[in-house]
Design a protein around this ligand. Structure first.
Ligand code: COA
Length: 256
């Protein structure tokens, strides 16, 4: 398992799987190894009857800065790798395939998939200082995680456009108003509150909860289809000059 995240049952309540990102020096940017490891953890948890709920947590001040841009640069500059679908897409499929409640406790930065992950969570609690942003277009890319489908459905077209196309940053309050997250709380209360919510769900009849969740979530095929469609555009965009220029700008930002 990657050292850059930890997936383990909570000692005090093994019905709760905690997936914690532990790469704070890179603001919890997500690498292929992390995506693969987290996909495997979700698949294993799906088949583990003891686990009833999974909770994503990040670091203090950084839930996740999104996909590791160094890996995007590698993909973009290596023609042999350029046609491969980034590991993120396998992770997204594992998220959609997860049949138990998914929760997120967010403090600070939630960029890219750090934001769009919440479309697949059932309850997210963010600290009041959290910021949500998806700079896909600024990077020469397109939205992922079926956010181009779930965004307009969740928050209405214009807010979805502001977040996903215009690259506007949403405060925790904006994200709550938009229905992207459930609650806003003080930074020091995020983990306690999300784990308390997880414990309440873990105590409920699991079959009825799973059925209710499935009904609320609706058509999985449409979501998976959109992830696939976005993935094709994403891979094509990674190879464009627009994207390469944006990645270089990120790499060189300290020198400018
Ligand atoms: N991929 C790779 N490395 C990243 C990263 C990412 N997505 N986000 C942050 N990092 C790294 C930085 O390169 C830096 O590493 P270094 O110290 O070795 O140079 C370290 O994390 C700290 O980041 P820094 O930029 O100094 O922190 P900040 O608080 O000033 O800014 C962000 C934080 C998230 C606003 C900024 O890092 C950023 O814009 N990151 C890119 C986000 C992004 O576009 N994600 C992809 C979405 S699809």
């Amino acid at each position: 398992m990657s050292a850059e995240f930890i997936a383990e049952k909570l000692a005090a309540d093994p019905r709760i799987l905690v997936i914690r990102l532990t790469r704070p020096e890179k603001k919890n940017a997500l690498t292929a190894a992390m995506y693969h490891g987290m996909s495997a953890a979700l698949d294993a948890a799906n088949n583990d009857p003891e686990i009833r709920v999974a909770v994503f947590l990040g670091a203090e001040g950084a839930f996740s800065a999104g996909n590791d841009l160094a890996e995007f640069i590698q993909i973009a500059s290596n023609p042999a790798a350029a046609d491969e679908t980034p590991a993120a897409f396998a992770f997204l499929k594992a998220l959609v395939g997860f049949e138990k409640p998914l929760l997120a406790g967010i403090d600070g930065l939630a960029v890219g998939i750090g934001t769009t992950l919440n479309f697949h969570c059932d309850l997210s609690i963010a600290s009041s200082r959290s910021v949500f942003a998806t700079p896909f277009v600024d990077l020469g890319l397109v939205p992922e995680a079926a956010s181009s489908l779930l965004g307009p459905l969740t928050m209405g077209y214009q807010r979805a456009f502001a977040l996903l196309a215009a690259g506007e940053t949403f405060s925790a309050h904006d994200a709550q108003q938009a229905g992207l997250i459930w609650k806003v709380t003080a930074p020091e209360d995020v983990e306690r509150e999300i784990l308390a919510a997880a414990a309440k769900l873990a105590a409920k009849p699991p079959a009825a909860l799973a059925l209710t969740r499935r009904l609320l979530r609706g058509d999985k095929a449409a979501v998976l289809g959109r992830i696939e469609e976005e993935g094709q555009h994403f891979v094509a965009c990674l190879k464009t000059e627009e994207a390469r220029n944006a990645f270089s700008a990120f790499q060189n930002r300290r020198n400018s």
